[in-house]
Design a binder for this molecule. Sequence first.
Ligand code: CA
Length: 632
Amino acid sequence: MDYSSDSFEKAFTYTGDDLGAVWSPGCTRFRLWAPTASAVRLRLYSDGGSSAPTGEYPLVPDIRGTWTRTLDGDLHGVYYTYLVTVDGITREAIDPYARAGGVNGQRGMVIDLARTNPDGWTLDRGPRMAITDAVIWEAHVRDLSIHPSSGMEYKGKYLALTEENTSTAHGFPTGLAHIKALGVTHVQLLPIYDYGSVDESCPERRQYNWGYDPINFNFPEGSYSTDPFHGEVRIQELKQAIRALHKNGIGVIMDVVYNHVYHRDDFSINKIVPGYFSRGASNGSCCGNDTASERSMVRKFIVDSLCYWAKEYHLDGFRFDLAGIIDAQTIRLARQALEKSTPGLLLYGEGWEMNTVVTKKDVSFASQKNAGSLPGFGFFNDTIRDLLRGPLFESADPGFASGGFVPLSELNEAFLGHPSWTEDPKQTINYCSCHDNYALADRIQLARPGITRLELARRNRLAAAFCILSQGVPFFQAGEEMLRSKPSGRGGFVDNSYRSPDRVNALRWNAFENPDALRTLRYYQGLIALRREFSLFRLRSREEIRQKLHPVPFGAHTPGYLLEDDGRQLLVIFHPEDDPLEVKLPTGTWNALVWDNDAGTRILFQAEGRILLPPVAAAVLTADTTIKVKLN
Ligand code: CA
């Protein structure tokens, strides 16, 4: 059967909003899309583990390939699966639309979602802002709290994010308190939907995974909950974490991996409608399978899932893993649907070109090169990343921040938020570290073996200054601000720590006891505050940038920029070399805000005429006479 043919789609595209188990006090209505099935039965269980079924009920065929059944009574907390017969073979599968599930996501659970809402949930709301006003911090739930120095009670759990005022033994803020002090606007969490690589049934065993191996897209991962055996607990606890972040003014962005599943043939939709969810043997994602987002009911599944999370969990944005696998039309439709139901979300993803084999003709993908046809959707900017830290696959080669030569023209395009694939600063997510590849400090060390700790910190800060002050959207991996390292234990570093133990991945909060790390934290705080103080760092269009931002280089290796609008002037210089450099400032009195090891919104000193730039450092000076802040 050609699932991608017009005739199939015409006959079997269901557009209703009631797929799944719709709970009400008096009855629960079940609806499953299984157009090729000859029989569908609903199985009920008393738990989500391995107990025997308590009942079995046939579903009846309904419109557009769906099957339905209504059961009377309050079914909240009842677990269920479907037995689906196709071509004489019967498979048991979890409901792809299950909103809750049991341990390890093998059975769905009927749920009254209102019972999972924390106190104050109806009034809960995350921040809304232009994406260029955001500063995004990427973190893994377990990494955040698992280290002994975190001072947190719920180590490795969602609930750690609800713990206020935690600190290390030496009093350095950790977790939520750290995030607040850092000043970022959004936390992006690595996968929090149910993934398969960690066995939830033995929490005492030390296990780790980033979680890019989805098994259920519509309920949270259980290993981050205090009780993965009761389907409602993980939902309650994730909502509590989101509530705590929102209460502190911080938005939450969810990392979504619709581009592939853990094991193709074990995934629910592929059991219910054999092979429907995936593009045959296509493996552009390098994870064993690619999602056939171009098929109408896969597209609907993705759009429904996004809208559900946004609404039910009050999320503030989505980061799409390998958006380049997903067709552009699905992303456009998702954006439209989200804009209608929960407006103002931040949407962006990895727009790499992947070698995927689609099931329809004339499909274009949500990749960087199609950015023009995807307004309102941003892409990770690998150009700025590689300019600052060096090429991805030649880890001994330096980038600008590690002292390598980079042509000014390339740096200018990066700083102006103008990579080759977009003219719109709202579409460029600027970063020099994320969970993938080496941590920034490790990458700098690889390019400069034997570098001192002091210089490493300076070069890390130089990269951060360039990235955070560039036009576009600043993004960084949690811990970049503490010179986070992922040591291999054999003298090197881990570049793909997706299943490395905690000793590689954990955020080591006691790092702040080191003065270089602490200075680096203060510097990041200062850069973020500076970016938020001056809208000139957050311009929203190419046109505005063209009018207000001008390159004024101070040497072949030392880019400089003048930013100006009504009454405000900023001069930004990046000096990557080991020697100081004498430069002549433009006419007037300049107030230094970023200089040497310091960054912020306070004036450090005033200067006129010629001035000596410190080695390996950024400088920001303002001639702004209206600046609110006082002389230090
Ligand atoms: Ca799981």
